[in-house]
Design a protein around this ligand. Structure first.
Ligand SMILES: [Zn+2]
Length: 404
């Protein structure tokens, strides 16, 4: 059973025209471009023979009619500001192309296709997939707004979705969830592999360390008499880097993403300093160890140089594990297409992390050129885009228990 590579690429290019900026796409959730792209996708799904609709949070959802079991395939079609043309969009068009291929083959069992709303968090990150698995509360919707102060509930009404009911995962029908995605990193390219099979999506925690010193004249105050919040932060960051190296796992990553000094002037000793720390790993135990290490470093630093030091946890997302049996099927499908897959974690979050709680889930990656993503430079080789979809149709076929 072969997908139509030319049709796949042509649909991807058509979708990329909604919100095009140079080689990239600007299609923020519930912008005019995003709403138009959802309508286009709805029509494409219907043309493919799916029973399709847009639900109450903007999910575009198409079901194969007349079947009792289905693999559900999807991702998202919204983008970050000035994002790439493949992030999310490719996984949705994979679903569409796999559904078309299987419907045309006239086989039993089916493929349902979904484009989840606002994965990128213009209003509320992974809004659509959270709604789809029943992990979204009314208070989550009520609180959410975009950077311009528009409320999510108002945006849903403006888009014409607000009064629709919300589509839900159907455990009696859905035997597995599959998501194809660009890797958004350099590992596949570095290893010379064309297909990645995701084991887990890493968990992430964000902590804010704050240093409380005293503002003084930077010319008149002797060094030994200063309570310099900025100098303490810099020493702390060095110390913490060493400590994290000692406790990190092989795939742990961490980042000091923002430093802020108050008042932030060349002639004033910083009164207050803030360090934003983010770290990720696939194992909760490793993340716990990293958090304990940060707290220990804070305890060591606290009070030194007359600067009080504290840290708070701002945000936490736990790791999500893909289903090993589904992963094995993706590997077998890749082998059938003549390539050996790389088994790897995902360092980025995806809609699959919510689906994985409720249904056997698998993710397939293809290489990102230069590892670039969340930028207009994002691209992948046409041959890899087509190969990924071919592996996905074979995966769906195997999962549906078919013979070609
Ligand atoms: Zn994405």
């Amino acid at each position: 059973m072969d997908i139509d590579g030319a049709r796949l690429l042509s649909d991807l290019r058509e979708l990329a025209a909604f919100g095009r900026v140079g080689t990239g796409v600007n299609r923020l959730a519930f912008s005019a471009e995003d709403i138009a792209a959802r309508q286009w996708l709805l029509e494409r799904m219907r043309a493919a023979g799916l029973e399709a609709r847009i639900d109450g949070v903007g999910n575009v959802y198409g079901q194969t009619p007349g079947v009792s079991k289905a693999v559900i395939i999807g991702s998202h079609t919204d983008t970050v500001p000035k994002g790439g043309w493949l992030d999310g969009a490719m996984g949705v068009i994979y679903g569409l192309e796999v559904a078309r291929t299987i419907i045309e083959a006239g086989k039993d069992g089916g493929v349902d296709v979904v484009s989840f709303a606002d994965e990128e968090g213009t209003f509320l990150g992974t809004l659509g997939s959270r709604s789809f698995v029943g992990a979204l509360g009314e208070d989550d919707i009520a609180r959410a707004e975009n950077g311009d102060g528009e409320e999510l509930s108002a945006a849903l009404v403006r888009a014409g979705y607000g009064h629709q009911d919300r589509a839900r995962l159907d455990p009696a029908r859905h035997i597995a969830y599959l998501e194809g995605h660009i890797e958004q990193g350099p590992r596949l390219e570095a290893e010379g592999k064309r297909i990645g099979v995701v084991t887990s999506i890493v968990g992430m925690r964000r902590m804010l360390a704050t240093f409380h010193g005293q503002a003084d004249h930077a010319g008149t105050t002797p060094m030994r008499l200063r309570k310099d919040a900025g100098a303490r932060l810099i020493a702390f960051a060095h110390d913490l880097t060493e400590r994290l190296r000692d406790v990190a796992g092989p795939d742990s990553v961490w980042n000091f993403g923002r430093i802020a000094f108050d008042p932030g002037a060349s002639n004033v000793v910083p009164r207050r300093a803030e360090l934003l720390i983010e770290y990720r790993d696939v194992e909760i135990a490793v993340m716990d160890r990293m958090e304990a290490t940060i707290r220990a470093a804070v305890e060591t630093a606290d009070g030194g140089g007359g600067v009080r030091t504290e840290a708070v946890l701002l945000e936490a997302a736990r790791p999500a594990h893909m289903d090993p049996a589904v992963g094995a099927v993706i590997q077998a499908a890749a082998a059938a297409a003549g390539v050996e897959a790389l088994v790897m974690p995902s360092g980025a979050g995806h809609d699959a992390m919510h689906l994985a709680d409720k249904v056997a889930s698998g993710m397939l990656f293809i290489p990102s050129e230069g590892g670039r993503s969340h930028d207009t430079a994002e691209d992948s080789a046409e041959a890899d885009i087509i190969l990924g979809c071919q592996v996905m149709v074979e995966t769906a076929r195997l999962l549906l228990g078919r013979t070609a």
